[in-house]
Design a protein around this ligand. Structure first.
Ligand code: ACO
Length: 426
């Protein structure tokens, strides 16, 4: 319901333009600028810093206060009391499952973890040295070639089975992309293990010996997935929505989301954090890198710091930091030099005037890379793990959009090219 309105006067324009203002259940009010076009204007907002592109009931972030809610539940409480598959259910269905619904859901997901045998042949086409994100872009998109029976996006049941398939198969494809790179046989999923435990098994198990499940590492893996599950209209989720707004099939939309996630300003940051910590190499070099980060004429940025939305400590980073210490205790690697550099960097950034003034706090990627490295994941798998964890977020936003009225996403532009001119005749 419209309660307030904005009144825009424009130099040289005869009328005052009235624009409705809408309020959500939380957060800032929004001005509906759709009415500007009939007066001959568009808004201009590169990077969408002031633009809400949709309504959503899934996730709320207050970046100034460091709050992240999924369907109203704070991320810290979900990390402490819930688990990843329960959060997937919550994101998709809107409410926490009952005990029976949860059991059924876990059972359904476990029974969709295998991928079609023919999909295995795709992997042979990739070079061993291929980045696993490159493989993921290809094989997730390729899933659409296997499920012609359930690609009617207008059919709620088709959408449901597709969402279940994607959540179930992403860890399998992620682990296959790793096994391919090291030349080991693919491990078939094991339905007796938990979602996170099965992923670790498919990654690190081998047919030659028994796999020993570590409850601490499995819980840490589950938390890493849970902390990445959704983050409202970030670049990759917006990409999924934009692709979905054309009516494209959901596997293709998720492949588009994976591509958008790959960049170092987004999901690629955890990989970039670790590469940067390795490049820094020693605590004695930190000052040099801090100086570079603060130099306006140097494009260098401290990876793992800053966030488009959080201008406070990222609540996920706090949970990730605790998980990091649990993993290090379990593995007995508390003296890792990279962790020492990371801790020192964090301390400096939290005190340094430049970082304080610009509100550049450590983000979730700052600690996730260090944990994943300690657990034995190669650096180029970090973003793949982010993509796996983010799948329920992508797919629940896609489903939310498709379930309601939506328009094809089609931004406008401020054209600055040549004015009309005639082709030269020679
Ligand atoms: N190191 C040094 N300076 C920084 C950093 C950084 N990591 N991040 C931002 N700044 C500075 C910018 O130079 C800019 O300074 P200026 O106002 O003097 O020009 C100011 O802070 C604002 O930066 P913007 O780029 O305008 O902020 P924006 O909100 O567009 O960018 C981003 C956010 C992309 C995350 C940025 O902070 C960054 O590049 N961080 C490093 C990469 C990273 O960790 N990405 C992970 C994001 S979290 C995720 O995807 C899960």
């Amino acid at each position: 319901m419209v309660q307030k309105s904005a009144h825009v006067t424009i130099d040289g324009h005869p009328d005052t333009i009235d624009l409705p203002i809408y309020s959500g259940t939380e957060g800032q009010d929004v001005i509906d600028v759709g009415g500007l076009t009939k007066h001959g204007f568009f808004t201009y907002d590169p990077g969408f810093v002031s633009t809400a592109a949709c309504d959503s009931t899934i996730t709320y972030i207050d970046g100034d206060k460091g709050i992240l809610l999924h369907r109203g539940y704070p991320i810290e409480q979900l990390a402490e009391h819930s688990d990843y598959l329960e959060l997937c259910y919550l994101l998709i269905h809107g409410e926490l499952p009952s005990a029976e619904q949860k059991n059924d859901y876990v059972d359904i997901i476990k029974h969709h973890t295998m991928v079609h045998e023919q999909l295995r042949y795709f992997f042979n086409g990739f070079r061993r040295a291929a980045h696993p994100m490159a493989i993921m872009c290809g094989v997730v998109g390729a899933l659409s070639a296997f499920y012609h029976d359930s690609l009617d996006i207008e059919d709620e049941n088709h959408r449901l089975i597709t969402m279940n398939r994607l959540i179930a198969k992403m860890p399998t494809l992620a682990a296959m992309s790793y096994k391919h790179s090291i030349g080991q046989p693919f491990m078939y999923p094991r339905n007796d293990l938990s979602y996170a435990g099965n992923f670790l098994y498919m990654m690190f198990g081998s047919p030659c010996e028994d796999y020993i499940d570590s409850p601490v590492l499995t819980r840490a893996m589950d938390k890493i997935f849970l902390l990445h599950a959704d983050h409202e209209q970030n670049a990759s989720t917006s990409t999924v929505r934009l692709a979905g707004s054309t009516g494209a099939n959901p596997y293709a939309c998720i492949a588009a989301g994976i591509s958008a996630l790959w960049g170092p300003a987004h999901g690629g940051a955890n990989e970039a954090v670790l590469n940067q910590l390795t490049e820094i190499g020693s605590e004695k070099n930190i000052d040099k890198y801090i100086k570079r980060a603060k130099d306006k004429n140097d494009p260098f940025r401290l990876m793992g710091f800053g966030h488009r939305v959080y201008k406070n400590y990222d609540p996920r980073a706090k949970v990730m930091q605790e998980t990091c210490y649990e993993v290090f205790d379990e593995l007995g690697v508390e003296a890792d030099p990279l962790l020492k550099i990371a801790q020192r960097l964090e301390q400096i950034a939290l005190e340094d005037e430049y970082f304080v003034e610009k509100k550049l706090y450590p983000n979730v990627d700052f600690y996730s890379g260090i944990i994943l490295k300690a657990m034995g994941f190669p650096v180029d798998m970090f973003t793949v793990i982010f993509a796996t964890g983010r799948t329920p977020g992508w797919i629940s936003h896609w489903n939310e959009m498709i379930s309601g009225p939506y328009k094809i996403g089609r931004p406008r532009q401020l054209y600055k090219g040549p004015v009309k001119r005639d082709y030269p005749t020679r």
